[in-house]
Design a protein around this ligand. Structure first.
Ligand code: FES
Length: 98
């Protein structure tokens, strides 16, 4: 699976592509943790409750606002998943907004 992650201006302001092995049952937050651990520790994203309550992990997943902690890859039709920060917020870094 290809995961394209928006990187912020200090990292080139590009979509960085990661080719990863992932289970369709993994959530987007779990995928991002794998990317951070195994591929690039500088990928920035945020989460807290992991249960859909706090809203900290909201981002654009394939162009639609969704919670990364609840969105599983099995719900996505495409083999490529694109992750961007939620628009209309102040961008802190990569997928982190405030
Ligand atoms: S981590 Fe709290 S809603 Fe996703």
């Amino acid at each position: 699976m290809k995961v394209m992650v928006a990187r912020s201006a200090d990292k080139g302001n590009v979509l960085q592509t990661f080719e990863i092995c992932a289970s369709k049952e993994q959530t987007v937050v779990e995928i991002l943790e794998t990317i951070q651990r195994q591929y690039d520790p500088t990928v920035a994203f945020s989460y807290s409750c992991r249960s859909g309550l706090c809203g900290t992990c909201i981002m654009l997943i394939n162009g639609k606002p969704a919670l990364g902690c609840l969105t599983k890859l099995s719900g996505e039709q495409e083999e490529t998943i694109t992750l961007r920060p939620l628009p209309g917020k102040t961008l802190i870094s990569d997928l982190v907004v405030t």
